[in-house]
Design a protein around this ligand. Structure first.
Ligand code: 5AD
Ligand code: SF4
Length: 334
């Protein structure tokens, strides 16, 4: 059992100690997932957001200067077709937190299910919503939801997001109660964040009984109140990924695109630290430019990049572990 004290110590791993931490994480990944890496296709459905996170260029206060968009259900279906053509069966709909996404996504979900003949995971990342809205989307066929707690240090959470950590946790609990596969996650290296609170983040995901967890390095994005702060450490982020793998070995853990913003081969290093999910971007070129997460220097993940790092890491592209095959009722009735 990894105690909190041990986690804090290991978040600082370097050199040989770090190599053996990563090796153990890869061993655990192999035990649960063999060499398979789950590949998702993301569509960024809106860059509007009512929240004002100090680290994010899509924050509410930037709305007037950003060129804003909300995709229509039709545009979502068209992008989903491209995802299907690449042999990917996870359609990941991500966007800022605005009430309008409920309707757009509700219209799209049944059509995406039909497009994939039922064998698809619909993964949402649309922020806090009421339990009734989560239920509505779940009843329509949404399978999974990512709602990162960002930091479990309630004081820091409020300081940087201007929202209560308790409310965020309530949303996560609602999602779990409704039967979603749920992912949470932490930003590593936020100003004023302690290693102790990152250790708490790692333990919290296990305590809550989630299915996915992530660690992303803090990027000091331009045009935000934190633009002059120091970037989060890639090493600490990689150590957090490996420790997540040890604490919650059967969770899906992504190697996120933010790892590529501040260093070379960042996502490959994430895989080497025990991650097992990659996400390819299927937003149109114009929308990618307007979706300002991490600012204009964000790294857009293409299928060629994913193929290259999977081959370097000796891993294989695989489909959703959550999508269920449609029962073959028609055949039985023949
Ligand atoms: N640095 C790191 N992660 C960020 N996010 C947003 N802005 C930043 C940043 N500057 C992450 C948040 C959010 C996800 C969509 O992007 O964790 O949940
Ligand atoms: Fe909105 Fe998410 Fe950006 Fe916060 S991180 S401002 S919730 S898009």
């Amino acid at each position: 059992m990894l105690t909190k004290k041990k986690l804090i110590e290991m978040l600082n791993s370097q050199g040989i100690e770090q190599l053996s931490l990563f090796e153990e994480a890869r061993k655990q990944r192999y035990l649960h997932f063999k060499n398979n890496v789950v590949v998702r296709g993301v569509i960024e459905i809106t860059n509007l957001c009512r929240v004002n996170c100090d680290y994010c260029p899509m924050r509410k206060d930037n709305t007037k200067r950003n060129s804003i968009y909300i995709l229509s259900s039709e545009e979502i279906i068209n992008a989903s077709r491209h995802i299907k053509d690449f042999g990917i069966n996870i359609v990941f709909l991500q966007g800022g937190e605005i009430p309008q996404t409920t309707k757009v996504v509700a219209d799209a979900i049944p059509r995406i299910k039909e497009l994939f003949n039922g064998y698809v995971e619909i993964l949402l990342c649309l922020g806090d919503k009421s339990k009734a809205e989560y239920k509505y989307l779940r009843d329509l066929g949404a399978d999974s939801y990512i709602l990162k707690h960002e930091t479990s240090d309630a004081r820091l959470h409020y300081k940087l997001r201007h929202k209560s950590f308790k409310d965020r946790l309530r949303c996560i609990e609602n999602l779990l109660e409704l039967g979603y596969k749920v992912g949470t996650g932490t930003i590593v290296g936020l100003p004023d964040q302690s290693l102790e609170s990152i250790a708490d983040d790692i333990l919290l995901a296990k305590e809550l009984g989630m299915h996915m967890v992530s660690a992303s390095p803090f990027i000091s994005a331009p045009e935000t109140p934190l633009e002059n702060c120091t970037y989060g450490s890639i090493n600490t982020t990689l150590n957090a990924i490996a420790l997540m793998r040890l604490v919650t070995p059967d969770y899906l853990i992504p190697s996120v695109s933010a790892l590529e913003v501040s260093g070379k081969d960042g996502q490959l290093k994430g895989l080497e630290a025990g991650a097992n999910v990659l996400t390819i971007n299927f937003s149109s070129a114009a929308r990618q430019h307007d979706y300002l997460i991490y600012g204009t220097n964000r790294f857009i993940v293409k299928n060629t990049h994913v193929a290259a790092i999977l081959s370097k890491a000796g891993l294989l592209q695989s489909q959703s572990t959550f999508a269920k095959r449609k029962p073959l009722i028609d055949q039985q009735n023949c």
